[in-house]
Design a protein around this ligand. Structure first.
Ligand SMILES: C[S@@+](CC[C@H](N)C(=O)[O-])C[C@H]1O[C@@H](n2cnc3c(N)ncnc32)[C@H](O)[C@@H]1O
Length: 215
């Protein structure tokens, strides 16, 4: 196959993740503990409000991730959650057998996510920093008010000697309206054939594969 020098594309994969699998008991138990941790946070939210934290539907995301993994769609085993919050999706990725990393800008959430992984004995990592690669903000063009651009914290990859294109699968739950920006960041920086799983709202999960332009 020959590749042109044109822009890579994101191919939307038609995957029936919804009927893919039942949630295993082990994951239900993990999510019950996650729910307790989240409830404790919401109960005292006024003391430590983090405007950007909203949780995805963990069960739907588990089904989608299970579909991606069981259909062997990723080209490698490194998984990254962009903006991992309490690290629940990163934890599920670890349970599904990925080498999982969650990246989070908010220090409190980083600590919570690390505690959660430790308490569940899940060997995934949480990195404190910016999931956007350096200079990715230029892809936002004139719309510079995206939530993910708000964090004045350096891009994390250089300090870990890894880059976005080392990850075969990336999960993101973008703030409403910034899915196009994050897709552009993925299209620009991810590896050829990498998978992007995006939670966009209840029952709305999109799964893409990056593809260099073929001629
Ligand atoms: C909508 S929440 C999603 C949390 C989690 N991924 C989930 O699905 O439950 C977005 C998270 O991304 C974090 N975040 C946003 N922009 C970021 C950035 N540029 N670098 C690191 N974390 C970021 C926020 O602090 C927040 O915790």
């Amino acid at each position: 196959m020959e590749y042109s020098s044109g822009e890579p594309e994101l191919i939307l994969l038609e995957i029936d993740w919804d009927s893919e699998s039942k949630i295993p008991q082990e994951i239900e138990e993990l999510l019950a503990k996650a729910d307790q941790r989240l409830q404790a946070y919401w109960d005292s939210w006024h003391r430590r409000p983090i405007e950007q934290y909203v949780a995805c539907d963990f069960r739907d995301v588990y089904r989608a991730m299970h579909a991606v993994k069981s259909q062997e769609l990723p080209i490698g085993n490194l998984f990254c959650e962009w903006g991992c919050g309490f690290g629940i999706v990163t934890a599920m990725a670890g349970k599904l057998g990925w080498d999982a990393v969650g990246i989070e800008a908010e220090e409190f959430l980083v600590e919570q996510a690390r505690q959660f992984l430790r308490s569940e004995n899940i060997p995934a990592e949480i990195w404190h920093g910016n999931f956007l690669p350096s200079h990715a903000e230029r892809l936002a063009k004139r719309q510079a008010n995206h939530a993910s651009l708000f964090h004045q914290i350096p891009s994390v990859y250089a300090s870990k000697s890894l880059a976005v294109d080392d990850f075969a699968t990336i999960f993101a739950y973008p703030w409403p309206g910034e899915d196009y920006f994050l897709k552009d960041v993925f299209r620009h920086y991810a590896a050829d054939q990498a998978i992007l799983v995006m939670f966009l709202g209840p029952y709305e999960i999109e799964i893409y594969r990056k593809q260099r332009h073929c001629v």
